[in-house]
Write a protein that binds this ligand. Structure first.
Ligand code: ADP
Ligand code: ASP
Ligand code: MG
Length: 437
């Protein structure tokens, strides 16, 4: 079984939805995971924001605008009266439902329900399209098997059990379709895997049912060696290790959801990143043996980082100090990305600032604390193992004209990370690119 995930642009128009069959071979056993049509989730976020602040008229207008786009899409997608009727009933149902929420008390719970509509629509449209042209397919509701626990962690064994049971009901079918991004939480409510989460869905499904391969079909020819939105002349990387790809995704390479490599890595399912607009391009293979000795592979950057500096003379020659500090972050379920220490001070970085004020208040018991927002982690991935030398110097040399806040080296064999003020990110990415590649 293969898992093929198509992102928003890959299902972004009637022509693209029809074009999926150039890539999907209906006679091969596969699960096709779809994102919402490009722009839809952003629109649903806007509608929810309007509802949350009580701007019902604005929400209504946004709903109308967005529904109009789908009206044009279905006119182009379906060629028979019945096909068109299926499409029309579908979008009427979903947009009427979103509209009906204007009468409800709108909370973040309703917001998640609204955000789920995009994937529910795109998968049903593809399924109806396949029906219309006589290609058999089964639509598997992700809300029946994708689940996260009380810590928002996906429940891989549960997903595997439920999904295998569903698949077993259709022994003669080969083509299955399901929604990316959406899931249920521990209360059974509709939830999601965070923005860009369809990649994560594909990898979780691949891991849960031990698929042969996960394919991430997107709008670019693989994982590039730097952010193509910021730097010119980036190039695709043919083969990466799970560790390298996980590091790049976690540290900001938008092409993959930050968590999406971990499930595939844990269950050793190879991931290919491929281009829907150029299906013959080689793309990127991510697998166990993808690392290359002695070279720097790629650069990524993660924004919206907050740096926290704790200065405490109590740290001098003391043990147990860091544990006490880490326990505070643990209690507030706030992951730490980078950390550096000296005799009397520790600096660390976080990206989830939900509990920042509480954390600072508690850490202040240990010493003087300061926090700086608008920081960026620039992450360079490659062979930084103990047997290599000179690479860290090359990285630092490339950013020597920029003020840097923290450096992390030696945490793993394949990454050097640098924290800096976000205003220097573009220059850092360009300078590193020019000097390292
Ligand atoms: P999808 O909708 O298919 O999930 P995304 O927009 O989430 O697509 O991801 C693809 C985009 O990621 C590319 O168009 C590119 O602009 C951006 N991107 C950022 N960093 C990288 C990188 N290192 N390699 C390739 N693409 C990247
Ligand atoms: N549609 C969702 C989003 O835009 C999930 C995804 O595209 O991966 O974030
Ligand atoms: Mg994406």
């Amino acid at each position: 079984m293969k898992i093929l995930k198509f992102g928003g642009t890959s299902v972004g128009s009637a022509a693209r939805i029809k074009g999926l069959l150039d890539i999907v071979n209906p006679s091969e056993r596969q699960i096709v995971v779809l994102s919402a049509v490009a722009g839809t989730t952003n629109a649903l976020v806007e509608i929810s924001q309007a509802y949350l602040v009580g701007k019902k008229d604005e929400a209504k207008q946004l709903i109308k605008q967005h529904k109009d786009k789908y009206e044009s899409l279905i006119k182009e997608l379906f060629t028979t009266d019945q096909g068109y009727k299926n499409g029309k009933d579908l979008i009427d149902y979903h947009f009427d439902f979103i509209g009906s929420l204007s009468n409800e008390h709108f909370t973040p719970i309703e917001e998640k329900v609204v955000l789920a509509q995009g994937e529910l629509i795109s998968t049903a449209l593809f399924h109806f399209h396949l029906n219309e042209i006589g290609v058999p397919s089964v639509l598997l509701p992700a809300l029946d098997f994708m689940k996260i626990d009380e810590d928002n962690e996906p429940m891989v064994s549960y997903i595997g059990e439920k999904l295998n049971a569903l698949l077993a009901k259709y022994p003669d079918n080969t083509l299955f379709i399901t929604q990316g991004f959406i899931c249920r939480n521990s209360f059974g409510e509709i939830d999601n895997l965070r923005r860009g989460g369809s990649d994560y869905t594909a990898s979780l499904i691949g891991a849960a049912i031990q698929a042969d391969e996960v394919q991430i079909w997107t709008d670019i020819d693989g994982m590039h060696n730097n952010d193509p939105r910021v730097v010119k002349n980036t190039t695709p990387i043919a083969h990466l290790s799970f560790n390298e790809a996980a590091e790049l995704a976690y540290f900001g390479a938008k092409i993959l959801h930050p968590q999406s490599v971990f499930p595939a890595q844990k269950y050793n399912v190879p991931v290919r990143v491929l281009n829907t607009m150029d299906p013959k391009a080689a793309g990127t293979l991510i697998s166990k043996d993808g690392a290359q000795k002695g070279i720097i592979r790629a650069i990524a950057a993660k924004d919206n980082i907050t740096a926290i500096h704790i200065h405490s003379s109590r740290m001098l020659l003391a043990y147990g100090f860091l544990r006490k500090v880490f326990e505070i972050f643990e209690r507030y379920k706030t992951p730490i990305d980078m950390i550096t220490t000296s005799e009397v001070a520790v600096s660390l970085s976080i990206d989830d600032t939900t509990h920042l004020a509480d954390i600072i208040k508690e850490v202040e018991d240990f010493g003087t604390v300061s926090a700086d927002e608008n920081q960026t982690i620039v992450c360079v991935v490659g062979d930084f193992g103990q047997n290599t030398h000179g690479y860290a110097a090359r990285v630092l040399d490339a950013v020597k004209h920029l003020p840097i806040r923290m450096i992390s080296y030696g945490g793993s064999d394949y990454n050097v990370s640098i924290l800096m003020d976000s205003e220097y990110k573009t220059e850092a990415l360009r300078s590193l690119h020019n000097r390292l590649f």
